[in-house]
Design a protein around this ligand. Structure first.
Ligand code: PLP
Length: 392
């Protein structure tokens, strides 16, 4: 295969595995391939590697290594957190609270619980995609078992008031789960400060391998397993451990933490540079929160164009972008996140997401802004729907 020439601005979908991460994984495919459950040297090496990775992830979360459970990715972590907590606590009540902007790994999981007879409250968000702590408080009842609110949204990048929600849940004796798939390795996380009981993360979002993730499970929190089998991961995630993947995730977590401060500053500056160019175009507006957003997320809507048409043309210009979550690509209809935030036409179907990463340069950002301007202009020129200056 040739080397791609794409300007990659879809880091919320996935990231390249770092060379150092690949190097750390390779010996565990070949030389040190042992099943961690064995009694010999090869097995001990795998166990040691799992211990090291568990500590590396725990250090970034500010928790004890024992509180980190390895999974097969963000979706599985979300499922295990929500179904696992619900099934373990079903005698305490059958009510669960979440928001309308969660990833489908959460929304479809709570939908599955509603089919089992659970009552689900899906909270609204404001125009910036933020949930109100007061709404969470009002929704909590005597039968509430779990609140699940994501740390940052994967489409519009809005950060949620998770520390306040965590404090509220702790006071009310309700479990709190947060999907931190888009934040782990990108912005600081301290599970004690967030007061969360469960937190999901996924390695491929921070330059680790795909198909491996983790769930933080606070000491004392009981979960029911999704799968039944061996004793791996305290019986909560049976199956032979993916040692190379887990080793890679640990190294990726450690490296992300080392450069987090500088990358946050650098990517925020690039984000603002890109936004300034995009918002200088007529009838283009920002989606999500102007300040409380991920350092690498730009999501804009242009009136009079279809976001999907812009996205396809960005690809033809060699720029990888997205209209929303990778998991909804190909499914028709507007983004459920924008709908939940009350975004209406002409903005609803005209959105594009550009997410920056550690290899993104100012030149790439400028090239993306140039391409976007040309594409929007040419689509509008041939659109009978576009009426310049008529959009408040
Ligand atoms: N949660 C969020 C917020 C995500 O952005 C994603 C992936 O896009 C997931 C969960 C699912 O993660 P994974 O792809 O590792 O299953």
């Amino acid at each position: 295969m040739n080397t791609p020439t794409t300007i990659y601005l879809d880091h919320a979908a996935t990231t390249a595995v770092r060379e150092e991460v690949v190097a750390s994984m390779l010996p565990f495919f070949t030389t040190w391939f042992g099943n961690a459950s064995g009694t010999y040297e090869l097995a001990q090496a795998s166990r040691d590697a799992l211990d090291t990775a568990r500590k590396e992830v725990a250090d970034v979360l500010g928790c004890r290594p024992r509180e980190v459970l390895f999974t097969g990715g963000g979706t599985e972590s979300d499922n295990l957190a929500i179904l696992g907590a619900a099934h373990a606590c079903r005698d305490r009540g059958r009510h669960l609270i979440t928001t309308g902007i969660e990833h489908h790994a959460v929304l479809h999981t709570v939908r599955a619980l509603s089919q089992e007879g659970w009552r689900i409250t899906v909270l609204p968000v404001d125009a910036h995609g933020r949930v109100a702590v007061a709404d969470v408080e009002e929704a909590i009842g005597p039968d509430t078992v779990l609140v699940s609110v994501m740390h940052a949204n994967n489409e519009v990048g809005t950060l949620q008031p998770v520390a306040e929600i965590g404090a509220l849940c702790r006071r009310r004796g309700v479990l709190f789960h947060t999907d931190a798939v888009q934040t782990f390795g990108h912005i600081p996380i301290d599970v004690a400060a967030l007061q969360c009981d469960l937190l999901s993360l996924s390695a491929h979002k921070f330059h680790g391998p795909k198909g491996v993730g983790a769930l933080y499970v606070r000491k004392g929190v009981t979960l029911a397993p999704l799968c039944h089998g061996g004793k791996q991961e305290r019986g909560l995630r049976p199956s032979t451990e993916n040692v190379p993947g887990i080793v890679g995730m640990g190294v990726a977590a450690r490296l992300a933490a080392t450069e987090m401060d500088s990358e946050m500053r650098r990517q925020t500056a690039l984000r603002e540079r890109l936004l300034k160019s995009l918002l200088a175009l007529p009838d283009v507006r920002l989606n999500g929160h102007p300040e409380e957003r991920l350092p690498n997320n730009v999501n804009v809507s242009a009136a009079g164009v279809e976001g999907e048409a812009v996205n396809l043309r960005m690809g033809m210009h060699g720029i990888a972008s997205s209209t929303g979550s990778a998991c909804t690509t190909g499914s028709p209809g507007p983004s459920h996140v924008l709908v939940a935030a009350g975004v209406r036409e002409p903005w609803l179907s005209g959105n594009l997401r550009l997410t920056l990463g550690r290899a993104t340069t100012p030149e790439q950002v400028d090239a993306a802004a140039d391409a976007y301007a040309r594409i929007v202009q040419s689509l509008r020129a041939s659109s009978p729907d576009y009426r310049p200056g008529e959009y408040p």
